[in-house]
Design a protein around this ligand. Structure first.
Ligand code: MF3
Ligand code: CO
Length: 252
């Protein structure tokens, strides 16, 4: 884990550009999640898009990770290696990608339903909406002086009020010179605790939420993290910059 760093204006500009590209790449990849298509189809398109935009995938080779994207369906939460198993109508699919431009990392993830929102169960729709809301409410609090624990608290409160659980072991994190820097942003916690945010800090906020219990397991491929109880999970993630008087979402 890298140290907590404040980025210079030039570094922020690189992260802004890289983050914007990452946002566009994820948006396009999301449209490929259709019944019958496979995670590997998405991975191959990701390779083309990183090439097209002349940016470097942020996950490939990270701790030996073999792919560009993590693509996790249903009870698989995160860090899932893309397979050739076709998506089925109604699957909840998480696509998580990192991007490097000028040696600076950004990190973002989306959740999409194979076959479109209408194909999802009511629980799945609510799960995704609650996770996204938790992310957005946390982002709204980002400004100088806010404590990291304030973000953790609002994520937990939003998710649990909706009847879902946050995974304790998976966290948001500083990002920039490396994929994971300080501070760690827990998805549960108490208001007013932890360090205060400062202008120039950049971090990824990523609520990871399950419809059932919060407990997780790592599968036999040694990467994929799934729920223990088989309940479905969701993830939304953005890289955010703390500005002088608020914030900017770098991966919008
Ligand atoms: N977005 C993921 C995270 O912050 C990064 C996945 S690392 C990989 O934990 F090695 F799985 F790619
Ligand atoms: Co991340």
């Amino acid at each position: 884990m890298g140290a907590l760093t404040l980025k210079t204006p030039a570094e922020i500009e690189s992260m802004r550009q890289g983050g914007k590209i990452l946002g566009s790449i994820l948006r396009e990849l999301g449209t490929l999640v259709e019944p019958g298509a496979t995670p590997l189809d998405v991975e191959y398109r990701a390779a083309e898009l990183f090439e097209k935009y002349q940016v470097t995938p942020g996950f490939s080779g990270y701790k030996g990770y073999p792919n560009i994207c993590c693509i996790a369906a249903n009870d698989h939460l995160v860090h899932a290696i893309p397979t050739d198993k076709p998506f089925q109508k109604g699957d909840l699919v998480k696509i998580d990608c990192g991007c490097i431009l000028d040696d600076l990392y950004t990190d973002a993830a989306i959740s999409v339903v194979a076959g479109g929102e209408e194909a999802a169960s009511a629980t799945t729709r609510n799960l995704s909406a609650a996770t996204k809301k938790a992310l957005n409410l946390a982002i709204r609090l980002v400004k100088p002086g806010t404590k990291v624990g304030d973000l953790s608290h609002i994520i937990q409160k939003t998710v649990e009020n909706a009847g879902f659980s946050v995974v304790h072991e998976l966290t948001g994190h500083g990002v920039g010179y490396s994929l994971h820097e300080e501070p760690t942003i827990l998805n549960y916690g108490k208001k007013g605790t932890g360090i205060a945010l400062k202008p120039g800090m950049t971090f990824a906020i990523e609520p990871i939420v399950t419809a059932g219990e919060r407990f997780i397991q790592t599968l036999d491929d040694r990467w994929t993290i799934a729920t223990r109880d088989g309940s479905w999970g969701c993830q939304w993630e953005h890289t955010v910059l703390v500005t002088e008087n608020g914030h900017e979402i770098l991966t919008a």
